[in-house]
Design a protein around this ligand. Sequence first.
Ligand SMILES: *[C@@H]1O[C@H](CO)[C@@H](O)[C@H](O)[C@H]1NC(C)=O
Ligand SMILES: *[C@@H]1O[C@H](CO)[C@@H](O)[C@H](O)[C@H]1NC(C)=O
Ligand SMILES: *[C@@H]1O[C@H](CO)[C@@H](O)[C@H](O)[C@H]1NC(C)=O
Ligand SMILES: *[C@@H]1O[C@H](CO)[C@@H](O)[C@H](O)[C@H]1NC(C)=O
Ligand SMILES: *[C@@H]1O[C@H](CO)[C@@H](O)[C@H](O)[C@H]1NC(C)=O
Ligand SMILES: *[C@@H]1O[C@H](CO)[C@@H](O)[C@H](O)[C@H]1NC(C)=O
Ligand SMILES: *[C@@H]1O[C@H](CO)[C@@H](O)[C@H](O)[C@H]1NC(C)=O
Ligand SMILES: *[C@@H]1O[C@H](CO)[C@@H](O)[C@H](O)[C@H]1NC(C)=O
Length: 250
Amino acid sequence: MTQTAVQSWSLGLTLHLVLAVALHQGFATVAPPTVAPTTAAPHKDPSSPERGNYVVSNNGTVCLLASMGLQLNISFSSLSQNKTVQEVVNIQPNATNSSGSCKSDIATLRLTTDAQKTNLTFSFTLNTTSNKYHLSSVSLSAAWPDMKDPVSVRNNSLDYLRGSLGFSYMCREKQTLDVVQTVSINIVQVQVQPFGLTGSQFGAAEECQLDEDDMLIPIIVGAALAGLVVIVLLAYLIGRKRSHAGYQTI
Ligand SMILES: *[C@@H]1O[C@H](CO)[C@@H](O)[C@H](O)[C@H]1NC(C)=O
Ligand SMILES: *[C@@H]1O[C@H](CO)[C@@H](O)[C@H](O)[C@H]1NC(C)=O
Ligand SMILES: *[C@@H]1O[C@H](CO)[C@@H](O)[C@H](O)[C@H]1NC(C)=O
Ligand SMILES: *[C@@H]1O[C@H](CO)[C@@H](O)[C@H](O)[C@H]1NC(C)=O
Ligand SMILES: *[C@@H]1O[C@H](CO)[C@@H](O)[C@H](O)[C@H]1NC(C)=O
Ligand SMILES: *[C@@H]1O[C@H](CO)[C@@H](O)[C@H](O)[C@H]1NC(C)=O
Ligand SMILES: *[C@@H]1O[C@H](CO)[C@@H](O)[C@H](O)[C@H]1NC(C)=O
Ligand SMILES: *[C@@H]1O[C@H](CO)[C@@H](O)[C@H](O)[C@H]1NC(C)=O
């Protein structure tokens, strides 16, 4: 009698231990991706950029919609420090104007910040055969007070933010768009649709691979935990049934 009771008790304890360990490991696995963005910034880099909503209209009709946070990462020759410096600067949505143009297979979003010190242009190309679009070109010109010479760069052979005609492209995770060696753009919480808008709302969203990968971890951990709970519960119930007589007499 006592032996089965002890067995049952130790099985119950094992259940708690296994669950505790599993939960602990589960959270330990899930935690890093959510913590990473805040620890990624070295020295005095600004915080995550604020999300801005940008619209391009063609003859009164909205033809491009973009909602995103933008951060420029530029290296330039500094006047005050007399050397090349690396600066990370957020685009402030409330100090930024958007304009642009839309043609059948190319759509352009042009952002101009305070007093035209920074002009940033994104061009999207639509492949009318495959009905897929992508960000194909980025140009940046900047004339900041501390720049020895204005920066002006362009890359017309990019392939970022790929989506399908009629859908918007969406990505919550931060992405880095490498433009040229001295200029990259960090883009966060992006939703963009450069073609095939009906009305002034985004079409259905196509989520980026990064987000799907990110979702996969909690799903796997959750499924594994659920499976484990079922197995342990079954084992516990079977153990209880076996020792049922033992409990009755206590
Ligand atoms: C702009 O829209 C007006 C009215 O909707 C139309 O008459 C005109 O042809 C359009 N212009 C162009 C360039 O599409
Ligand atoms: C800016 O770019 C430099 C050089 O490519 C890189 O080392 C640094 O991590 C970038 N900083 C941010 C905040 O993206
Ligand atoms: C800037 O640095 C260069 C060499 O690194 C030096 O020759 C020049 O005198 C410096 N100019 C100023 C204004 O400090
Ligand atoms: C823009 O927003 C920032 C923070 O949200 C605020 O500090 C700043 O005063 C705003 N600037 C303007 C011109 O509204
Ligand atoms: C945005 O456009 C408005 C009207 O054209 C202008 O008054 C304002 O200064 C512009 N802002 C920026 C940041 O260029
Ligand atoms: C458009 O897509 C088709 C099919 O994927 C591909 O064969 C073609 O090279 C693409 N055209 C351009 C200009 O990229
Ligand atoms: C941005 O564009 C405006 C209008 O085309 C121009 O006047 C200004 O000089 C440009 N700024 C830079 C930094 O190139
Ligand atoms: C433009 O971007 C492509 C793809 O990222 C890269 O291979 C190429 O070196 C870039 N061009 C320049 C001039 O940096």
